[in-house]
Ligand binder design. Structure first.
Ligand SMILES: [Zn+2]
Length: 459
């Protein structure tokens, strides 16, 4: 089966050019002006539209047992929502807890996705303890094509590792050439501040942010970077939320530490006043690190525009209002997380590119190319080039709409970005040569997504 995408403006990190793209089977085989095509070629008219490489969300949760419940999406629902929003590959956090066996956890997470996802996917393997068998299990997992780790400095006694385990993980990651992603908050301080606030009768969602203030995240970020510095490993701070933590990462970078930074959609568009709304309205916006004071947003946008923030993910993690109410008597029991997988590209384009905060090439880089490069997917993913997978997003900049729970495909009964305007959306989304989405509707093949095998690249 062949496809010809005709007359669009192709946008990559390196260039903007009006040209046709010819796709055979799953791969881009020609790019040029006025390409001819054999009969039976499906022709897609992209005139007046932008053509982007398929977008990559480097941080999502689909299957997730967490805080006495499960996140709402499955790979069926999550992947369709992702595709409708222009994301053709996501990287899911494989998160067994400290009591689980790592290898058994890895197999379980793989089984939840296999044959179910409509988009391509990969995993970051969480290391939630470091015991006798950990090294050989992680070697097996890396050999299976999962070449990135995740550690949590927060969530003590559940996902969290101590400094010794962090050291052992990074030392092994360095030897294996694997990048380690990290949730950076000081677990001890979070636990102490939670106890203190609860003892004072401060139980509502508005106390979630004060229980894990900016300094607690900055400390975690700085400590992670110091451990990178002393092991020589490469690291990636996930969901960075504030200027203080950014400064800690940038200080380390200026010393030559190999540290990369991700922020996630909510921190650019929402602030802590959302979590201060009464009752369940506030609970909808409880995540960790928490939504911050609004003045951080300027710093994050500037760092994103300049490339100090490498990528924008979502930390997609849908819990519905009934689950959020598990924390009605104590903010520490509110399941942490907010959905975003469907809205990331459109909101980043609208509030970044259209509002003049982000150049178009940096938008493509932050939402696709940089993640592909950091996580061993480039140039198969993350660009439009001969030989690359034909993952393409034909983007209609004239579309106007509003984000709403009423029209979303994510399996949840609220949308944390409710009411926000979007100016532009994908009109056609192609995964490895197959049209999966047209004008906001899934028209493709369920279960077609592949687990992407990745080689270590961070030696
Ligand atoms: Zn996460």
């Amino acid at each position: 089966m062949a496809l010809l995408i005709r007359g669009g403006e192709i946008v990559t990190v390196d260039s903007r050019v009006r040209a046709d793209i010819y796709v055979e089977n799953e791969t881009i085989t020609r790019i040029g002006k006025n390409l001819d095509a054999p009969p039976n070629t499906e022709i897609i008219d992209a005139a007046g539209k932008l053509v982007f490489p398929g977008f990559i969300d480097p941080h999502v949760h689909i299957y997730l047992p967490f805080m006495a419940t499960f996140a709402k999406d499955t790979h069926e629902t999550g992947s369709i929502a992702a595709l409708i929003g222009g994301t053709t590959t996501y990287i899911e956090m494989c998160c067994p807890n400290r009591n689980d066996d790592a290898l058994a956890g890895y197999e379980l997470w793989k089984s939840k996705a296999a044959g179910k996802s409509a988009c391509d996917y990969a995993f970051h393997m969480s290391v939630t303890k470091f015991v006798k068998e950990t090294e050989s299990q992680l070697r097996q997992i890396v050999a299976d094509g999962t070449a990135s780790f995740k550690i949590f400095l927060a969530y003590k006694n559940f996902f969290g590792v101590d400094d010794g385990e962090m050291y052992q993980t990074l030392e092994l990651a360095k030897r294996l050439g694997v990048i380690t992603t990290a949730h950076c908050e000081n677990a001890e301080l979070v636990a102490r501040l939670q106890q203190k606030l609860l003892a004072e009768g401060k139980i509502g969602p508005e106390w979630h942010e004060p229980s894990r203030p900016e300094s607690v995240e900055a400390e975690g970020t700085g400590r992670f970077a110091t451990f990178l510095e002393n092991t020589g490993a490469t690291g990636y701070v996930v969901h960075l939320s504030c200027e203080k933590a950014l400064r800690a990462a940038m200080d380390a970078k200026s010393r030559g530490v190999k540290v990369h930074v991700e922020s996630v959609l909510p921190h650019f568009l929402l602030d802590k006043s959302y979590a201060e709304r009464p009752g369940v309205e506030g609970m909808k916006h409880v995540m960790s690190p928490p939504l911050r004071a609004k003045q951080n947003q300027d710093a994050l946008w500037k760092a994103l525009a300049g490339g100090s923030i490498d990528t924008v993910g979502t930390d997609h993690c849908p819990f519905d209002t009934e689950q959020k109410l598990l924390g009605k008597d104590s903010f520490v029991n509110i399941p942490n997380g907010i959905p975003g997988i469907e809205d990331r590209v459109n909101l980043l384009y609208t509030h970044g590119v259209k509002r003049g905060r982000l150049e178009l090439d940096r938008f493509v880089d932050a939402a696709s190319t940089r993640a592909a490069k950091l996580f061993g997917l480039f140039p198969r993913k993350g660009t439009i080039a001969v030989g690359s997978d034909a993952d393409l997003v034909i983007f209609d900049t004239n579309y106007r709409g509003v984000v709403s729970v009423k029209s979303q495909h994510v399996n949840n009964n609220y949308n944390g970005f409710e009411g926000m305007e979007i100016e532009g959306r994908p009109s056609v989304v192609i995964v490895r040569g197959k049209v999966q989405v047209r004008d906001g509707n899934f028209v493709g093949e369920r279960g077609r997504g592949k687990l992407l095998k990745r080689e270590p690249t961070h030696f």
